[in-house]
Each structure stands twice: as structure tokens, then as C-alpha cells.
Design a protein around this ligand. Structure first.
Ligand SMILES: Nc1nc2c(ncn2[C@@H]2O[C@H](COP(=O)(O)OP(=O)(O)OP(=O)(O)O)[C@@H](O)[C@H]2O)c(=O)[nH]1
Ligand SMILES: Nc1ncnc2c1ncn2[C@@H]1O[C@H](COP(=O)(O)OP(=O)(O)OP(=O)(O)O)[C@@H](O)[C@H]1O
Length: 717
């Protein structure tokens, strides 16, 4: 019954509202509390939650109201926690309802990718309403009643417990025959043969109505594999776990991800939470998918570690974690992890308040910045807004109430129309004309950072125009000023006076209907690329004054390329590819030209630093080491105080040694890799305590007899 109810919520097809050459872009949301070279911020912390009362800021705010805002959407800003259905619409707070634009020439086809690297401001490809699922266990951690560790203990348990019912990895002969069985999906009607699970067929049918990629053979196959892997696993809500897999895959499909990514999205939790192994996925779906699923699994483990240790609360560590996540896994694995987290955040209400806080905090510190770095602005907006609601409910409510009437999407639509006509009349051609309203959280951050009232935020409604050349920028500015009255002192000419980071654009603030301020940004394609890539890239502008190493810049750049490539160029769904007049980066992935001014070359991680998670006495830190550092270097840095092993030599008992990625260290010359986890003080199992004491005693005796402090004995060559 639960299934039937939730499935009914899938009904509306995926939609988007972006259009080229003109489109409305949904409110992308960024942390506006970061500086720019024009107004540098002293904070180097990206995405640190901002705490602070708004009342003083609100007191002067007489919000100008425009009546025609989509109130039913915006009202969800104020909903209480039990009303998460609206949140599940991804865009409940800020996305334009596609229905509102039906028939409008400004809105384009479905599945507009919201990846902003190529598009500048983009629409939110408003996902259809999602199901409600109360997930007690987010983030690939504990899901439902099953919990699997990397140890394989669970695998063994399951095999024993369910015996021949289990299709996976029961030995080569059985798995071979199963493989053949599994390949015989009836593809004609697109539905799997598993009549034992009618809910699964319904779920697939619904998914297929929402996105056609769910009719792909590989996707259907993955769906049924996920169904088997998670069969009988439930979310805390009592919903089948499979629904989470489908929603994650749907989010990916909606940003134009290709079938490899969608398949991996469906299977993303199988390695962690079921008996499905890497090899099984490899055999059935190929290395591409298996590596991605493994990558997501690694990210989940690291994220869990960081969350439990509250590691990201320190700016430096958070920065390292962002980089580590991007560097250690294929950027597409990060994409899948982000989709997984977004869906979990949408269903966060089922958790205890303490867990809600923990997840929301980690999401704001780690995942929203990652979405920003990857250029997936709609996800970033949604993640931040959900975090905002959970972390600062009072401020969220205040802001929602205050801004309920002031978001006026109709005003943006009509402003675009007006400008479009005026430009046509003047014979000024353009590449892109788009608009967005600023998101709630972005407004909140800007108010706090700049100590402004809402009335003083002039870019709640914004247009962006991308034209052919510099001359046209100024001509277009003239057109803008003829159409609307100028707000004195708010014109900024960053073309004649570029910012220190090279950012160029014209910014004008005008009054629409004499009451609502509208920010219009005008630039050329080249300027826009500069604003999206390289030194003036928007993600860096938002993250503020951070001094990034070239390694980090390269990493982010590379990741954006990978994601863009896989979500658009390679997408089988050609309709998700933007029309030819969209802004493209100057050189083609993956072969960046040497002299490409807007892009960094991908880093072959040899030159860059490696970030390693070090756990000592239950404390976790993210440490940076030069390329090619070894375990021995790490132990030396830990120092003799921390590393008794350096003093007394290697313990013969493996369980007493430091661990590298959960395995006892056996080679001190082992080169550290990005994302390695080193436990300096492994937990000692109770039953080993006596042996442990004896071992220490032996080491101590040996040490006294043979060892000189600082030398290492018996660690292998
Ligand atoms: N990509 C990128 N965008 C920028 C940069 N600097 C400014 N912008 C964009 O320009 C907008 C406004 O910048 P400014 O006109 O300098 O305005 P401000 O000084 O922040 O103050 P307001 O007028 O209150 O917005 C920002 O909201 C960004 O969208 C930059 O360095 N890189
Ligand atoms: N006038 C505009 N028209 C269209 N898109 C814009 C406009 N201004 C910003 N954007 C885009 O909207 C997205 C969200 O930006 P957001 O409103 O959070 O911050 P911002 O306006 O760029 O910076 P700040 O908050 O510092 O003013 C970004 O992708 C940004 O490039």
C-alpha cells in the first residue's frame, strides 16, 4: 500500500525550464558569503554555515511584493518537516514549475542539463515530485535492516543464511549459469520478467514514464539487479530500498547522465549493502560500471568517517576533503554520490534530529561545495536549501515568510520577453538570454555577509545576456536603459575595468515597473567562459579568497570536464544536448590544448599532493603529503610519540599493526594514494588484550635489547 501511494507521486514527467537563446534559469544558489577580488572576503572557508540572527536585518526590510509569484511553490519554504513531499520535488522552494511555462517560447525541451559550466546560468531541470521515504540511514551507511561492512562478514552470513536463493557469487559454475539467465530480459515491452515482485515492475514503469533512459536495455537490467540485491531491504519508512536507487538514478538521468552513469546510479549501494561483488558487476556490466560503483562505495566510506569524526568542521580539512573526493574517484562517481546524497537529504525527515543535523552539516560542508565545483548548480541549490531548513529552521522560516511574495518569476519571464523584442528591434543578436531568481539561502548569506536588508539585495531577480562582441555589450546596455529606469550608482563596467581575476561583464541594476530591482549582466562568449572557467570561475568567486594550489584547480577543472562530457556529449539522449548556439568551452575534452587559456590540464596525480586520512586515538585528520610519500613518511611525521612501532619494530601480530585501508601495514615503502585511510592505533579486540600485553612486553624487551630509537625493524623491504 505504501508503494502504491508513493508511486502515484511520480506521475509528472521530468521537466525543465531552460531555453536557449532565452530561458529562465531557476534560482541557482551559492554561498554568497565569499569574496571576490572586488570585494574580497576574509574567510577562506567555503560553505561554512553562517549562523546569525536575521531579525536586525529584517527589521528594515519592507519587501516589495509582486503578486504573481508561484506561491504554491514558494509556500513550501515554510512547510513543516512532515511536509517533505514538497521538498521532494527537488525544486519545491525555487524551481519554476514547468507547467507555468507551457506554451511559452522561453522554455525548452526536457532534460536540460543544469550543469552550468557550459551554460552559465541554467535552469533547474525540475524533477518531478519524488516519493516520500523516511531513510534512517543515509549515505550508503546503514540501510534498512541490513548492514554490510567491507569485511565480507555479511557476505558470508547471507550466503549461509539464504543458501541457494542467492544468485550472486556462489562459485563460478553457478554464477555463470545465472549470468545467462540474467541476460534474458524480455526487452520488447521493457519490463523485466520478475513477476514475483510486482512493485518492482510498477516502479520501473513509472521510471520509464519519467525518463526514457529507463527503457535502455542496460538500465532495465541494472534495475532488476538492484531489485535482487536490495530485495527485502527497507528504508526506515518501510518503503522498499529499491526506490532510493531509482530516485538516485532518476536525478542523474535528469541532468543528462548517460546510461553508464544511470546504471551505476541504480547499483550504487550494491557493493556496500548487499552481497553483490565488484566481480559480479564487472561481468554483467563491464569495468566502467563496476569501477564507478566501487568509487561511490569508497566515497561513502570516507564520507561516513568524516561525518562521524566531524572532520569537515575545520576549513582546511573541508577543503582537503573536497579535493580528495574529486581526486580519488572518477568525477562521475562523485556525481552519483551527490545524487545519492540529494535524495537522502530530501528524505531526511525520518531521521532523529541529531542525525538530521549531522547529515545536514556534512552536506553543507562537503557535498554542496562539491556540486558547486562540478557546476551542477541546481543540485547545489537544493542541497543548500535543504540544509538551511534543517540547520537553521528559524531563519529559514523567517526568510520564507519574508520572501514569499517577492520572488516573481513572471516578472523575469516578461523581462526576458521585453528585452528580446527590444534587441531584435535594434538588430542586436545574442547567444543566450536567460534569467534566474536568487535562492533563499544565497539571499540569506548575502544579507549576513554584507549586512544588508532584503531591500538592499538588488539581484534577487537577474537577467544575463551573452552577445557577440564588446561593442554589442554596450549597445545592449543602451537598450536595457531605454527599457527600464537605471538605479543610480549601480552600474558596473567590468569590461573597461576587469576585476583582478580577469572577470569581465557589464552589470546594471534597473527598476522594473518602478518597484522591483532587476540585475542585468551583459557579456561576450569569451567573457562568459572566463566567468565559468579558469581564474574568474564562479565556483572560486563563491568560495572566496582561498588560495588554491594549481593541483586543486586542475582537479576541479578536470572533474567539470568529465561530468560535462558524460552528461551531455556522450548522452544517448540527444535532446539533452544543447543547441549549437550554446556556449562551449574552447577545446574539446579530453584533449585540452596546451595553450587553452580557460582550462587547466588534468593532473596526473603524480605531481599533486596526496591527501590521506589519518586516524589516531579515535581522532581523524586529513593530512597532506607530497607526491610519492610512503607509509614510512607518514609514520615519521606522526612522530615517535604517536608511533610506538618506530621505536620497537613491527608487531608480529597483524591486528596490532597500523592499518592502511583496513589492512595491516606490511610494507613501509608503500606509496600513499589520495584518499588512503591510515589507522595508527587500530582498535584492539577484547579477546586479544592478553596477547597484546604479551606482544608489547616482547617488543619492549626486544626494543631494549636491539632497537635504537627511530629505527624501524621488521617492516619489510
Ligand atoms: N564568475 C564570476 N562572477 C562574478 C565575479 N564577480 C562578480 N561576479 C558576478 O557578478 C555579480 C555581482 O557582482 P558585483 O556587481 O561586483 O556586485 P557586488 O559588489 O557583489 O555587490 P552587489 O551589487 O550587491 O551584487 C555576482 O553576483 C556574480 O554573479 C567573479 O569574479 N567571477
Ligand atoms: N543577473 C544574473 N542573471 C542570470 N544568472 C545570474 C545572475 N547573477 C548570477 N547568476 C547566476 O546565478 C547562479 C547563482 O548565483 P547566486 O545568486 O547564488 O550568486 P551570485 O549572484 O553569482 O553572487 P552574489 O551572491 O555574490 O551576488 C550562478 O550560476 C550565477 O552565475
Amino acid at each position: 500500500m505504501v508503494v502504491a501511494t508513493t508511486i502515484a507521486l511520480y506521475a509528472s514527467p521530468p521537466s525543465s525550464v531552460c531555453s536557449t537563446p532565452h530561458h529562465i534559469a531557476a534560482c541557482d544558489l551559492d554561498l554568497s558569503s565569499r569574496g571576490s577580488s572586488a570585494s574580497p572576503s576574509t574567510s577562506s572557508s567555503p560553505q561554512k554555515p553562517i549562523v546569525g540572527g536575521l531579525s536586525s536585518l529584517f527589521s528594515g526590510a519592507s519587501v516589495k511584493s509582486s503578486a504573481s509569484m508561484g506561491l504554491e511553490e514558494f509556500s513550501s519554504l515554510r512547510h513543516d518537516r512532515s511536509d517533505d513531499l514538497k521538498d521532494l520535488s527537488l525544486s519545491s522552494s525555487f524551481c519554476y514549475s514547468p507547467a507555468k511555462f507551457v506554451g511559452s517560447s522561453y522554455h525548452r525541451r526536457d532534460h536540460q542539463s543544469p550543469i552550468s559550466v557550459l551554460h552559465g546560468p541554467v535552469s533547474c531541470s525540475c524533477s518531478p515530485p519524488m516519493r516520500i521515504s523516511r531513510d534512517r540511514n543515509l549515505d550508503g551507511g546503514f540501510h534498512g535492516s541490513f548492514r554490510v561492512g567491507a569485511s565480507g562478514l555479511f557476505n558470508r552470513f547471507v550466503r549461509k543464511a539464504v543458501g541457494s536463493c542467492v544468485d550472486y557469487e556462489l562459485g563460478s559454475s553457478s554464477s555463470d549459469s545465472i549470468l545467462v539467465d540474467e541476460l534474458t530480459f524480455p526487452m520488447d515491452d521493457g519490463f523485466g520478467a520478475d513477476t514475483r515482485q510486482p512493485y518492482a515492475r510498477d516502479l520501473l514503469r513509472r521510471a520509464q514514464l519519467r525518463h526514457k533512459i529507463f527503457k535502455d536495455e542496460s538500465v532495465i537490467k541494472a534495475f532488476y539487479e538492484a531489485e535482487k540485491a536490495h530485495r527485502a531491504q527497507m528504508r526506515a519508512s518501510g518503503d522498499p530500498y529499491l526506490q532510493h536507487c531509482v530516485e538516485t538514478a532518476m536525478l542523474l538521468a535528469n541532468i543528462g547522465a548517460n546510461s553508464t552513469v544511470v546504471v551505476a546510479g541504480l547499483l550504487h549501494d550494491t557493493m556496500d549493502d548487499s552481497f553483490m561483488s565488484y566481480d559480479y558487476i564487472l561481468r554483467n556490466f563491464g569495468a566502467g560500471v563496476a569501477d564507478l560503483v566501487e568509487g561511490v562505495s569508497k566515497l561513502s566510506q570516507l564520507s561516513k568517517l568524516a561525518r562521524e569524526n566531524n572532520t569537515a568542521c575545520k576549513t582546511v580539512e573541508a577543503d582537503r576533503l573536497h579535493t580528495m573526493f574529486l581526486a580519488m574517484a572518477d568525477a562521475r562517481a562523485v556525481l552519483i554520490k551527490l545524487a545519492d546524497r540529494l535524495h537522502n537529504m530530501m528524505t531526511l525527515y525520518a531521521l532523529s534530529p541529531v542525525k538530521q543535523q549531522r547529515f545536514a552539516k556534512e552536506t553543507l560542508e562537503i557535498f554542496a561545495p562539491l556540486a558547486n565545483r562540478l557546476g551542477i548548480s541546481t543540485w547545489k541549490v537544493q542541497l543548500e536549501n535543504l540544509c538551511f531548513k534543517h540547520l537553521y529552521p528559524q531563519q529559514h522560516n523567517e526568510m520564507s515568510t519574508m520572501l514569499e511574495d517577492s520572488f516573481d518569476e513572471a516578472m523575469i519571464t516578461s523581462a526576458i520577453e521585453k528585452l528580446e523584442q527590444a534587441l531584435k528591434k535594434e538588430g542586436i543578436s545574442y547567444h543566450v538570454l536567460c534569467g534566474r531568481h536568487k535562492s533563499l539561502y544565497s539571499i540569506y548569506c548575502k544579507m549576513l555577509k554584507k549586512k544588508l536588508t532584503v531591500d538592499e539585495i538588488h539581484d534577487i531577480h537577474g537577467l544575463r545576456l551573452i552577445v557577440n562582441n564588446e561593442g554589442d555589450c554596450y549597445k545592449a546596455l543602451g537598450v536595457v536603459h531605454k527599457l527600464w529606469s537605471e538605479v543610480p550608482g549601480k552600474l558596473k563596467d567590468y569590461i573597461t575595468h576587469p576585476k583582478l581575476n580577469g572577470y569581465q561583464s557589464l552589470h546594471a541594476v534597473v527598476m522594473d515597473n518602478g518597484t522591483v530591482p532587476l540585475e542585468v549582466q551583459i557579456r561576450t562568449q569569451e567573457m562568459h567562459l572566463q566567468a565559468e572557467f579558469g581564474f574568474a570561475a564562479h565556483w572560486r568567486y563563491k568560495e572566496g579568497d582561498c588560495k588554491y594550489s594549481s593541483f586543486v584547480l586542475q582537479m576541479v577543472e578536470w572533474a567539470r570536464w568529465v561530468v560535462t562530457w558524460h552528461c551531455e556529449t556522450m548522452s544517448k539522449d540527444r535532446s539533452s544536448i544543447r543547441s549549437s548556439d550554446s556556449i562551449k568551452p574552447p577545446c574539446k575534452f579530453p584533449s585540452h590544448s596546451e595553450d587553452c587559456p580557460a582550462s587547466y590540464k588534468p593532473n596526473s596525480s603524480q605531481d599533486g599532493p596526496v591527501y590521506v586520512i589519518v586516524i589516531e586515538n579515535d581522532k581523524m585528520s586529513v593530512q597532506e603529503f607530497p607526491a610519492s610519500s610512503t607509509v614510512s613518511d607518514l609514520l615519521s611525521r606522526a612522530g615517535p610519540g604517536s608511533s610506538r612501532w618506530c621505536m620497537y619494530g613491527i608487531p608480529s601480530k597483524e591486528e596490532l599493526r597500523p592499518r592502511l585501508n583496513q589492512k595491516p601495514v606490511s610494507d613501509l615503502k608503500w606509496k600513499l594514494k589520495m584518499g588512503d585511510v591510515v589507522e595508527l592505533t587500530p582498535p584492539i579486540p577484547d579477546e586479544s588484550l592478553t596477547e597484546y600485553r604479551e606482544e608489547i612486553q616482547r617488543m619492549y624487551d626486544r626494543g631494549l635489547a636491539f632497537s635504537r630509537p627511530g629505527t624501524m625493524v621488521g617492516w619489510g623491504s
